[in-house]
Ligand binder design. Structure first.
Ligand SMILES: [Zn+2]
Length: 181
């Protein structure tokens, strides 16, 4: 559920059967979020929000709604770019190095650049559109190598090295970027 608050913008409400009381925190996207016991009525959440407004303003680095809107627009733009690029780049690199994967998924707002499932689905983060091409290719080649090795064993890295001889440098450099949009 989302509460639209004039000060904090969209607030994510998570009803959690394990929660004992209301807890405010910041989501990975910079929004205020609240976890609440399962049957908490919304008016109660709003009342707590109003009572704690001053404290929340001071203690939590909430993005103001305008920043949030700018971020949403940026994410949309990146998602569009990613749709027009990543599936084709993945296909190109897979063909070049003789891999076959099941499908390509695009993801966002998480902490990973990519992943590869045991059923052969490769997920790529739309944030890859913001990093230099060599690093983007490194992530794709890394996930493709997981089709043959579902771990980070010596054999896995040897396979990555075969397709990206500078992988050590690329792996180090991509840590300077964050996948969250
Ligand atoms: Zn990996």
């Amino acid at each position: 559920m989302i509460i639209d608050d004039p000060e904090f913008g969209e607030i994510i409400v998570r009803k959690n059967p394990l929660s004992r009381n209301l807890k405010f925190s910041i989501s990975t996207s910079g929004r205020l979020q609240v976890s609440a016991p399962k049957n908490t009525p919304n008016f109660f959440i709003k009342r707590c929000l109003n009572q704690n407004r001053a404290m929340l303003r001071q203690q939590l680095p909430v993005n103001d709604p305008a920043t949030q809107r700018a971020r949403d627009a940026k994410r949309k733009m990146l998602a569009k770019k990613a749709r027009e690029y990543l599936p084709y780049r993945l296909e190109f690199l897979a063909n070049k190095h003789h891999y076959s994967y099941a499908k390509c998924r695009l993801s966002h707002a998480n902490t990973r650049w990519g992943s590869c499932s045991s059923s052969g689905t490769i997920s790529l983060n739309i944030g890859l559109m913001q990093v230099p091409e060599q690093l983007r290719d490194y992530v794709i080649l890394h996930e493709l190598a997981h089709l043959n090795h579902m771990d980070h064993s010596t054999a896995f890295w040897a396979e990555v090295a075969e397709h990206d001889p500078l992988y050590k440098e690329h792996r180090r450099k991509i840590k300077l970027f964050s996948p969250g949009v």
